[in-house]
Write a protein that binds this ligand. Sequence first.
Ligand code: ATP
Ligand code: MG
Length: 185
Amino acid sequence: MQKNSKGQIQVYTGAGKGKTTASLGLLIRALGAGLKVTIIFFDKGGNFYSERKVLAKLKKLYPKKLDYYAFGTIRMVKGKGFRFENINKDFSEAKLALEQAKKLSQNKTLDLLILDEINTTVKTGLLTLKPIIDLVKNKNEKLELILTGRYCEPEILKLADLVTEMKDIKHYMNKGIPARPGIDY
Ligand code: ATP
Ligand code: MG
């Protein structure tokens, strides 16, 4: 990033597919340019997210430039399906994720911080809006901040410099095709 350039606030939201993968694409581009990047996955416990396997390898290649954290419980249980209701651990994990995000948003050596699914946590009641707004408002000026997830709150949209809404025009899930490893997670 150009020295002293201001970091922008980007939001990827909407019901269409492509929010998390867009942020991962940006992560790769930024790494390629020598930027220092961290991604925090909110409410994404478990190890079935395929991108994490690559991030683990990339972290070894770029130990000083890349870091990632995942918080949350496992919601997908074999034979039982997806658990929508929150348990106590979901709340404590979301708090930990937010604390980590707050800390990193102040880090002057970091160029890009991605908060994956942070938007969704307000909708699902895991986090309140206020501390997220405070984080966005008080971030280190040079940090590029990405917030992903459906249902982005209007107050966050107001603070953003870029908002992309993934619009759901067609999705194979409506034909009954389930989420597929390597494509959807
Ligand atoms: P992606 O991670 O592919 O970029 P996204 O971040 O835009 O997608 P999310 O809302 O986070 O979208 O959903 C994660 C993934 O789960 C997406 O790839 C999406 O195609 C898939 N998905 C979402 N809802 C369903 C569903 N009801 N049935 C099957 N797959 C779904
Ligand atoms: Mg996503």
